[in-house]
Design a protein around this ligand. Structure first.
Ligand code: ACO
Length: 334
C-alpha cells in the first residue's frame, strides 16, 4: 500500500517502447520446428512476434531505445535522471548491469543504476520499488525499463518454448509530483521459490533440478514446464486482481485499464470471464508480440498511453507473474 503521509506524489511523465523490426510469424516457425499456425494460435493467441538480430540488437539496445523515447515524451534529459532500473533476465552481461550501460548511452551519470531480475514480473516489481523512492523525496526522477530479448535464450529446436516468446522493451519516466494522490496507491510484489524448477535458465549442468536430469536441457536456454506454469498463472492472475480490488475497495468500474503481462491469451481471457472484467479494459497485444517477459507490461502501457486510452486521473492496474515464481500488482492514479 502507499506509504503513510506521503510528502509527494508520482507522475508518469513519459512512456516509451521498442521492438525489433524483424517479424517472426507462425508460418516462419512452421519451417523451423514441428508446429502449426493453427496450434500456436489456438493454444496461445500468438500470430507473430518480433525477433532481434543478435549481431546488432539485444536487451541493451532495446532498453536504450525505449527509455530514450520515454525521456523524449517527457521532455526530460538523461542527466536529469536520479536512478535507472532495468528489469530483465536477458542481460548480455551481468557486470556491468544493463542499467549502467543505458545510463552511459543516455548521459545519465551519476544516476544510480541497477538491473532487477524478476522475470515476467520485472517491470511491475520495478515500478513498485520506484514509486516510494520518489514519493519519499529520496529521488526526483527515475527511469524504469522492462526488457527481454527472449529469442536470444530460446532453443529454436524445442517447439513448446520457442513458439511463445518475442523481444520487446517498455519504459516509463517517473517524476515527483506535488499532488500526493498521484502515483501508486496499492502494490504487492511476492514470490515463491518452491516452484523455480518450472521455469529456469541454467548456465551449469549441476544446477539442473533433479526432475530434469534425464531430459535434454540446453545450457543457456529457457526450460519450462508449460502445464505447471499455465496452472499457476491462470489461478494467480485472478487471485491478485481480486486481492487488489478487495484491499482498495475498488470495483472493476473504478479501473480504467488492466495492463497485464501477455503470457497466453487463454490466461487473460479466463480472467476476463471469471472476474467479469470489461474486455475493452484489458489490453491484449500478444497476437502481434508474443510473450516478451519483462518487456510486455511496459509495451502495453506505451501503446495504450499513445492511443489516448489512459488519461489524467485514471486508475490503472498493472498485473504480472513469471519465473521465480514471482508475481506483482500495482494500482496507479495517473
Ligand atoms: N506445436 C504443436 N504441438 C505442440 C507444441 C507446438 N508448439 N507444443 C506442444 N505441443 C503438443 C504437445 O507435445 C502435446 O502433444 P501430446 O498431446 O501428443 O502429448 C500437445 O501439444 C498438448 O501439449 P500441452 O503442453 O498440454 O499444451 P497446452 O494446452 O498446455 O499448451 C502451452 C502449451 C501453450 C505452453 C501452455 O501450457 C502455456 O501457455 N503455458 C504457460 C507458459 C507460459 O506462459 N510461459 C511463459 C513464461 S512465464 C510467464 O510468462 C508467466
Amino acid at each position: 500500500m502507499r506509504p503513510p503521509n506521503s510528502a509527494y506524489g508520482v507522475r508518469i511523465a513519459g512512456v516509451g517502447s521498442a521492438v525489433p523490426e524483424k517479424v517472426l510469424s507462425n508460418a516462419d516457425l512452421e519451417k523451423m520446428v514441428d508446429t502449426s499456425d493453427e496450434w500456436i494460435l489456438k493454444r496461445t493467441g500468438i500470430s507473430e512476434r518480433r525477433i532481434v538480430d543478435p549481431q546488432t540488437e539485444g536487451t541493451y539496445t532495446l532498453s536504450c531505445d525505449a527509455l530514450r523515447r520515454a525521456l523524449q515524451y517527457a521532455g526530460i534529459r538523461g542527466d536529469e535522471l536520479d536512478l535507472i532500473i532495468v528489469a530483465t533476465v536477458t542481460a548480455e552481461m551481468t557486470c556491468p548491469s544493463t542499467a549502467c550501460r543505458v545510463s552511459q548511452a543516455l548521459g545519465a551519470a551519476p544516476a544510480a543504476a541497477f538491473d532487477l531480475v524478476a522475470a515476467c514480473s520485472g517491470f511491475v516489481y520495478s515500478i513498485n520499488i520506484a514509486d516510494p523512492l520518489v514519493r519519499s523525496g529520496i529521488y526526483r526522477t527515475i527511469g524504469v525499463v522492462g526488457c527481454d530479448a527472449m529469442t536470444t535464450v530460446v532453443d529454436f529446436g524445442e517447439r513448446t518454448v520457442s513458439v511463445l516468446f518475442g523481444d520487446a522493451a517498455g519504459a516509463v519516466v517517473l517524476q515527483r509530483d506535488d499532488d500526493p494522490e498521484r502515483g501508486c496507491f496499492y502494490q504487492k510484489s511476492q514470490a515463491d521459490g518452491r516452484m523455480w524448477g518450472s521455469l529456469y535458465m541454467p548456465r551449469r549442468s549441476q544446477d539442473i533440478p533433479d526432475h530434469d536430469r534425464d531430459n535434454p536441457v540446453k545450457l543457456g536456454c529457457l526450460r519450462m514446464n508449460g502445464r505447471e506454469i499455465y496452472k499457476f498463472a491462470i489461478t494467480k492472475f485472478r487471485e491478485v486482481i481480486q486481492d487488489a480490488l478487495n484491499a482498495t475497495g475498488l470495483s472493476t468500474d473504478d479501473i480504467s485499464q488492466f495492463v497485464c503481462h501477455q503470457s497466453n491469451v487463454r490466461i487473460i481471457e479466463s480472467s476476463i470471464e471469471k472476474l467479469g472484467l470489461p474486455a475493452e479494459k484489458v489490453y491484449i497485444n500478444i497476437d502481434r508480440y508474443g510473450n516478451s517477459s519483462a518487456g510486455s507490461v511496459g509495451l502495453c502501457l506505451d501503446q495504450l498511453w499513445r492511443a489516448g486510452k489512459i488519461n489524467r486521473g485514471d486508475n490503472v492496474m498493472f498485473v504480472a507473474f513469471g519465473g521465480g515464481l514471482t508475481w506483482s500488482t500495482s494500482i496507479w492514479r495517473v
